[in-house]
Design a protein around this ligand. Structure first.
Ligand SMILES: Cc1cc2nc3c(=O)[nH]c(=O)nc-3n(C[C@H](O)[C@H](O)[C@H](O)COP(=O)(O)OP(=O)(O)OC[C@H]3O[C@@H](n4cnc5c(N)ncnc54)[C@H](O)[C@@H]3O)c2cc1C
Length: 478
């Protein structure tokens, strides 16, 4: 029996997709420039079904690509033509809510926003809130260690997860818990990009909803004044719940889309949210307003109601699709830099935009130094995707030059394999490979993602010459 025949024997028609047309929605994730039709898509609803699918894939040496909601922006869930996509969207039950312990136990396919909605009657919420939260899954959030506008104060996914259960490629169930002694393997699973195991259960930390929150929105006449204002707020010891920045292009796009009253004349916009007790919020709001005015803000608006606060966020939260309306395609980059280099990096991105003749909109989690340049391009123009990728890679190199990293929250996937060669030296990459080997001896779990081979790094020119001996001497040099 071949792989498809065996899968067909074990899975009903609702749980197995082998028809080409029905497989189409699974051909890509949020990095839609890359597509591949998988051999089959399996949609399990139980741990046993996952184990069955894995056993069949092991037997036929078929790669397994785990997929949550497919909103990932680095191609982490991109299928392989000889692989099986394991889609976990049907495993979407909230298994337990413990309001006293402030925890919830979730299946991996639960959508992020559903967690906070479900626990709201207890006065609780789940802090990490990626802008994709209406769609993205908790399993995907853990696999990408996702952030969001509130992670400056409340941390990334890794800081809000208490326990993770995985099923490894051998079909074994393993639990990683914050109470475990020894090496912090729980942290290792966060950001593991589907390479180490299938995350099947997650226990998350819930937080009490703050009494109130207020948003201060400030427009600036220059990017550098806005960037300096970010530093000034943080230097005063205030940790906002969110500190987001947008450039002129993004402000215009978001305003046209959401119509929330963003200052169109501003070169840069800062959205600064504080939350907590009524007294604390009132005090912080006043201090922040004073700091922003002192930093040269050309306009200031403080949200007057919860409805107004939420409305003002709508522009920022919809900034990606809003920018996307100006171009047939856009490419969303993700890199991190030290906050004090914000103005310099944005200036250099502008130069790169002129060099490549491609428009770029900048939206970023300014408090964390996490940039999201959106490069606008048209995939129908021959060669433009390639130019866009080169532009993106130069932005990531720029991030490294100023002491930053090649990803903030979107992961590496297939997108940043070459950039990994720039960030990490061979010994570090060898450690990554060794970790993968420990979890996945067969190498069938999401192969070719997140960790570049040393071969690949030699090809992109990041090699280290030891004792006058070039590594991979058999490879052609470009
Ligand atoms: C409009 C938009 C806005 C976004 N905003 C943000 C943002 O603010 N912050 C942010 O961090 N990200 C953001 N993202 C990126 C994306 O939503 C996140 O990376 C999200 O966590 C992906 O979740 P998913 O369920 O869609 O995962 P998928 O795209 O399905 O998968 C992502 C990766 O996780 C692996 N994976 C998924 N589920 C599992 C599992 N159960 N076990 C093991 N591996 C698994 C996959 O193999 C893949 O490598 C945004 C994306 C879009 C489209």
């Amino acid at each position: 029996m071949n792989l498809i025949q065996e899968l067909s024997k074990s899975f009903s028609k609702e749980k197995l997709i082998i028809d080409d047309e029905q497989k189409a929605p699974f051909e890509c994730d949020g990095l839609s420039a890359y597509r591949e039709t998988p051999l089959a898509v399996v949609l399990p609803t139980t741990h046993e079904e996952i184990k069955t699918a894995l056993a069949i894939c092991r037997k036929h040496k078929a790669p397994v690509i785990t997929r949550g909601s497919g909103t990932g922006l680095a191609g982490g869930a991109l299928p392989l033509h000889n692989g099986v996509v394991l889609g976990l969207s049907k495993m979407n039950r909230i298994l337990k809510v413990d309001p006293l312990a402030r925890t919830a136990v979730l299946e991996p396919g639960v959508r992020n926003v559903v967690v906070s909605q479900t626990v709201a009657p207890y006065g609780l919420y789940y802090a990490p809130d990626p802008s994709s939260q209406v769609a993205c899954s908790i399993g995907g959030n853990v696999a990408e260690n996702s952030g969001g506008v509130h992670c400056l104060k409340y941390g990334l996914t890794v800081h809000n997860v208490l326990s993770i259960t995985i099923i490894n490629m051998e079909g074994e169930t393993i639990v990683f818990d914050e109470k475990d002694d020894g090496v912090d393997l729980l942290a290792l699973l966060n950001g593991s990009e589907g390479l180490l195991g299938i995350i099947v259960e997650i226990k998350v930390k819930l937080l009490p909803k703050p009494d109130t929150a207020q948003l201060v929105m400030a427009g600036f006449k220059s990017i550098s004044a806005c960037a300096d204002a970010v530093t000034s707020v943080l230097e005063q010891g205030i940790i906002p719940a969110g500190l987001e920045m947008m450039d002129k292009f993004s402000i215009k796009a978001a305003e046209e889309y959401a119509k929330v009253g963003y200052p169109l004349e501003a070169e840069a916009l800062l959205l600064c949210e504080v939350d907590g007790s009524f007294d604390q919020v009132a005090e912080d709001t006043q201090r922040i307003s004073d700091i922003l005015i002192g930093s040269g803000a050309s306009s200031i608006q403080v949200s007057n109601s919860e409805a107004e606060r939420i409305a003002l966020w709508q522009g920022r939260k919809n900034a990606f699709p809003a920018v996307g309306r100006f171009s047939p395609d856009y490419y969303c980059m993700d890199g991190t830099i030290p906050r004090k280099r914000l103005a310099y990096v944005l200036q250099e991105i502008r130069k790169l935009s002129d060099k490549y003749q491609l428009e770029v909109a900048n939206v970023f989690h300014a408090g964390d130094g996490n940039l999201h340049p959106l490069i606008l391009y048209d995939a129908n123009i021959p060669g433009q995707l390639h130019e866009t990728e080169k532009f993106g890679a130069e932005i990531l190199k720029l991030c490294l030059e100023v002491g930053g990293t090649i990803t903030g929250e979107h992961g590496v996937g297939i997108e940043k394999l070459d950039s990994m060669c720039h960030q990490f030296a061979d010994p570090e990459l060898e450690i990554f490979h060794a970790i993968k080997q420990v979890f996945d001896e067969t190498g069938l779990m999401n192969p070719g993602k997140a960790i570049p081979t040393l071969h690949r790094c030699a090809e992109v020119g990041q090699m280290h010459v030891h004792n006058n001996q070039l590594p991979f001497p058999h490879l052609e040099r470009f």
